[in-house]
Design a protein around this ligand. Sequence first.
Ligand SMILES: [Zn+2]
Length: 323
Amino acid sequence: MLAPRATALLLASLAALPAPAADEPACSLTAVLWSGDPAPGSVTITHSGTASFQVSTEQSKLILKLEACRDATQGKKIPGQGTLLREVRWAQHADDVVWVVIELARMPRYTVHRSEGRIAVQLEADEPAAEPRFEAEYGALPEAMRRAMTPSAWREGCPVGLADLALVRVSYWGFDGAAHQGELVVHQKLAVEVLAIFGELFEARFPIDKMRRIELYDGDDGKSMADNNTSAFNCRNILGRKNKFSNHAFGMAIDINPVQNPYVKQGAVEPEQGREFLERARPRPGMVRKDDACHQAFVKRGWTWGGAWRSLKDYQHFEKRLK
Ligand SMILES: [Zn+2]
């Protein structure tokens, strides 16, 4: 039997100690491990006793809250590994909660597996992004588009009626390396052929900067060229000619990347930014060159290329005149 004074001391020190045995947390965290295999990796938490836990995410953090648990580990952190893991850190909060924070470069899909004495968080590899596919459609000009085109792109007196024209929508690869959808207005008799041509350009990953209808530039070819816009129908005259319709006015001509493929006549260059592409021997993205994929896609279908003309060079221009 202890003396009364010793009993008092013992009771005082017991009060300062962690919770007594009866209230010991159900779980004791013994290790946090990272494995990069299988990729992209997994975090395994081992513990003794019974762990009850919750998983939550916050931006690119995966957070495990272990309740009724005590952190019995020495280290409190795993540094970044590979490209996905930024850090794993864990800490005791209050007397009986342990937070394990898995900080990632981005939030992947994940699964949590639990077995005796072990909680494993497996990060899932990204599914490879589906490669964009060529998508195309064509049809009569919608009523709203006919109104929008009049009178900037089409007006009474143009050599073809609005009913002779088709709207063509095609996928194309941008200079940004991504697939986009563009719109062209062409003569309806050429619509299917234009789909096939742009299908080949897509297959060849021939890059195109923009493909917007000309009325979005008020029917102004200069503005469209300066914006490096690929376009087709425009009821306009041949550049520099007063009374002669261009083949664009029939929907039978297409201009590709005007900046990389300028119009050149006696020192005049349209658009002005096309000057740096006057040197045609050095290939650069978006340039049309004889026998390349773009040139081939057109000429094998009987289109004429303005880059082959002698009196002037119109490198952006392809045309096919139908009777
Ligand atoms: Zn043209």
